[in-house]
Structures are given as structure tokens and as C-alpha cells.
Write a protein that binds this ligand. Sequence first.
Ligand SMILES: Nc1ncnc2c1ncn2[C@@H]1O[C@H](COP(=O)(O)OP(=O)(O)OP(=O)(O)O)[C@@H](O)[C@H]1O
Length: 646
Amino acid sequence: MESVEEWVKKLNVSSTKDVQVPKILFDQVIGQEEAGDVVKKAALQKRHVLLIGDPGTGKSMLAQSMVDFLPKEDLEDIIVFPNPEDNNRPKVKTLPAGKGKEIIRQYQIKAEREKKDRSRSILFIILSIVFLGVVFAFILSDWIIVFFAIMAAAFVYMAMAINPAMRAERAMVPKLLVSHSPNDKPPFVDSTGAHSGALLGDVRHDPFQSGGLETPAHDRVEAGNIHKAHRGVLFIDEMNLLRPESQQALLTAMQEKKFSISGQSERSAGAMVQTEPIPCDFVLVAAGNLDAIQGIHPALRSRIRGYGYEVYVNSTMDDNEENRNKIVQFIAQEVIKDKKIPHFDLGAITEIVKEAQKRSGRKGKLTLRLRELGGLVRVAGDIAISEKSDIVTADEVMKAKNLSKPLEQQVADRSIEIRKSYKTFISEGSKVGMVNGLAVLGANSGMADFTGIVMPIVAEVTPSQHKGNGSVVATGKLGEIAKEAVQNVSAVFKKLSDIEISDMDIHIQFVGSYDGVEGDSASVSIATAVISSIENIPIDQSLAMTGSLSVRGAVLPVGGVTAKVEAAIEAGLKRVIVPRSNYDDIVLDSNHQNRIQIIPVDTIEDVLENALVETPERQKFFSRIKSLITPKGFSSQQGITGKNVA
Ligand SMILES: Nc1ncnc2c1ncn2[C@@H]1O[C@H](COP(=O)(O)OP(=O)(O)OP(=O)(O)O)[C@@H](O)[C@H]1O
């Protein structure tokens, strides 16, 4: 594929202003063609869907777009009525969309009329009492009777006002639980993070439960999201965070397609109330990342699998012309959605597409973690606004990249500053047992773009006091990983260094390691540091390395190579060793290009050939190991190309 700079010249637009944005949401979802097909099919057949994948890749957009494809069923309004026979068992009625409001209005008018009639009769009674009082007072010439008549009238008024029968008109008005207009689209209800009451419906507590002051039970009923989503889509992201009891109740609702509402809080007066079953015929779209699967109730998952689809959404798409154009469409969509920020010119488009390449972490791919890329678009737009510019250019995107650095990057930047001033790693000369390892911060935080960091690893090997009883002592936050790495590669050690590892005490230190540092990829560095220490051969300190070591000595691919290589560049190192299979994944910004020699390797021998500096011990070491290794297993010569990445 040609460079982004070449490609952008062929675009027949001058900015994202000229880009047509599709009208329907489904066509705005980018890079999720397979998931889109499944979701469309699921909507047409009214099937449930489980969408699994990285955050911000369009899962809720896909769910939302389903409402455009749901079969045209008539929407329904749902109302609850008081039950004269049992106040705690309100009755439920469904009506065609729009009718609910009409019915309630009619009841309200009737109640108003009854209220007026009743007020009129109260007034009539009161006036009659007072009038009679005046008449008797006149006849008997005793005006105190008027006073008693007024008192009697007041008493009658109060008695009638608090009489439950007087409030009955209001109490008889049903409550509109779910309401639509006849031309509404099927509902899309996002129930992410909703507590059980919001999801399943609830009955409010009544502080005045007697004496005619109580609120009738049906008036306290609140619809749940499952009811609001009747004949539409119920979307629940982070499904695993929903409590097991709620998941169980959700399953019942899905099976029965109706669910009674009762008070969720045991100690509330609402717990006494239970409505008739209320329809809730929804399509469930559950979403989450890969770990979420463990937290989903097995019966619920089985229901989805039995009556629906499971989809693993894409995190990247191929870097080709069509998909680059889609990123342009994405920028245009985000600009329009934001409503405030200006459009992007060709230079700004170029930078965003390049960022999409870089964030994918793999050569030939573009990221689909578009929420985060959208964040960059908005920050660049905000910068343009603050600069009073009516178009976003490459300049603003570059500034935005700096401004919208993830926390991990900010931590890394600061730590590099500190490390530079304290010189916790050195970038020249040579040292025995010390390797500039490379790690990434925030690999588990769900961020799309890793942050690299130089992490010095120091090994010290001493003969153990008792033969065969050596131990691995590892300090720093990555201690466990270091121990595992040494154990995993003990076979390699044996082969390479001819020394029985169990006769040695091995001390490994990760200098200044941080929380959130992912260290799985440090095993090549650990092995190198240990061998250097055992053999007393210094390691070149202008070199950094990353890679995972197999028990057979092969260097296996790791994550976040671009970020690691960038970290090595920032630290002023001259060469970096990476697994050959990761070589193509390195996508460097223009300001990082040609600043370091990248050495792709296949085996630990390749690593050692590059890392160990020329000394008599080195020569002895290599002549010894060459005799140990079969010609097939030894591939160091072909492994070293050391070319610059342009
Ligand atoms: N595939 C995509 N196509 C177009 N825009 C996208 C896509 N993915 C994400 N976006 C943008 O990111 C925003 C968030 O996406 P969305 O809520 O669909 O992500 P999600 O996968 O549901 O994430 P999460 O699981 O974290 O909620 C969207 O509103 C849109 O602006």
C-alpha cells in the first residue's frame, strides 16, 4: 500500500466538509462488516446478540442501529390500573401506541369533573349549615348558634377533605408506564450500569401507608428498562457487572417475554406490591470485553447462544484505500456529531490516518478503537477553535497528540525525566549483567496506544551454598515474572552456558519498575542479563531489547513494539533488538524515523551476538556454544540484518 502522503493526493475532496456522511446509523459503523451482517440478521429475526470486543470499537453503535431493522411490529403503550379488590396487585393493560396518553387524559378529565362536583357539594353542605345556623339564630334570637354552625361547618369540611372517598377520583387515574407515539421507531434502551430497580422495574416506598394519606400502589409502580425496551432493543454493556440475581431475572424476562414489577427493596412498602405480568418482548444486546464472558451467567449465555448470535468485533481493519477512505468518513462523522469543531483539511486527515496505523500496533492495519481516535479528532478541533481557525490542519493534530497523551504516557515521560537526572540507566559503554529492557505501561488498562518505557534489568549470579539448591531471587514489582522467566529458560541456559543453573543463586532486579508495567516480554532481557553475569561478558548499554523467550531459545513476538522502540529512541539508545516476527509491526512517526538501528532476531544466540561486547570471554563463550548447538538450531548469522526503518 502506498504511503498516506501519496494516497491523500488522490482524494477528490479538499477537506472533510466535502465528505458525504451516511444518513442511517448502520452505515456509519466502520470496519465491522461481519458484525454488522450478524446484527442485521439478528434484528430481522429478533434474536439476541452478545458483542464481545475492545472498548470503543462500535458495539453500542451496532446495537443502536438494530432498531432500523427490527420487524415492523406495532408498538404498545402499557398502563397500570388500580385493583379495587386488592390494592397491592395493580392491573396492567397494553394499548396501541399513542392510545395510552388518550386514556389517561380521559381519566384525568373524569377525575377533575368528579372533584369539581364533590367540591361543589361540600360547599353546598357548608353553606346550608351556616344558613340554617343564621335562620335558627334569628328565630331564637341567640347569635351564639351562628358560631356553633360555623364550627360545625368547619368540622364537616375537614372530615370530608381527609375522607379517603374524597380522594378516590385521583386514586382511580391509571398510570402510564410505557408510552409511544404511533410513528416512533422501536425503542433502544441502554441499561448499562443500571441497578436492578432500573432494569426490572420497581415500586416506590410509601411513607404514609394509612389514614387516607397513602399513595395508591399502582401510582408508585415504575417501569424497568426491560419494559421500556418492549418490542425494541435492550442494550447492556459490561454485562458481567450486572449482579447474578439480576441476570437470572433478566433470563426469566427473556423466556417469558413478560415480567411483573414488585418493589426491589425488601424493607420498603413497595415490596408488598406485585403487578400483573407486564410485557417485555425485547431483543437483548449484551456487550463487554473478552474478560466479560466469565462474568455472564452461564444460563443467560446459553440462552443467547441458543436463540441468537455471539460476535467478536474487530479491533483493526486492513490498511487499504477503501478503509483509509472510511477513516476520512469517520472524521467527517465525528465533526458533524460534535457540532462545534471545524472540518479537517488534507494535512490533518493524513495525520489522523497515520495515527490510526500506529495505534493498530501492526503493520498493514488501521485501528478500529475509534472512540479514542475520536478523542484525538475532538482535541485537534478544540485547538483549532482556540486558535480561531476555521479548518483543522496537521499542526493542530500534532499538538493534539501531545495534549491528549494518556496518563500512562505522562507517567512515562516524567519517569524518563527522573531517570535521566538520576541516570538509572546508561545509554553508552558496557556493563556485565545489566540490560536495557523495554516494557509497556498500561497494557491492561484497555488503552489502544501503549506507552513504552526503558526498564533496566540487573542480574547477579553467585554459586549457591549447597550444590543443586540454588534459588532465584527477584525484586521489584515484576519478581514473579522474572522467576518464571528464569525457570522457563533454564533449558536454554543449560545449553548455552554449560552451567547447572540449580547450582547458582540468581538475583534479578528490575530497576525502578512501576505499577502497571507489563513484563511478560522481559524474558529475553532477563536471560541476556543472567548469561552475561554467569559468563562475565559485558553488555552493550547503547542497546535495548524486547522479546519473549521460548524454552527452546526462540525469540517470540511481544506486544507494543512501536511504543517500546519509541521509548528506546527517546532514551537516546542507538540499537534495539526486536523479535523478527514483530519487525513489520513497527510504525514510527516521522519524528522518530531513522533515529535507531532496529535489529530483528530469531533466537537468543542472535540476541547475544548483538548484545555481548567483544572480549576474550565472549570469543570463548561463542566457540563453546557453537559446538553445543546443532547446525539446524543455530540461525544467528541469517538473523542479523540491522537495517534502519524508514
Ligand atoms: N466502528 C465504529 N465506526 C464509527 N464510529 C465508531 C466506531 N467505533 C467507535 N466509534 C465512535 O466511538 C464512539 C463510541 O463507540 P461505541 O459506544 O459504539 O463503542 P463500544 O464498542 O460500545 O464501547 P464500550 O464497550 O466501551 O461502550 C461512537 O459514538 C463513535 O463516535
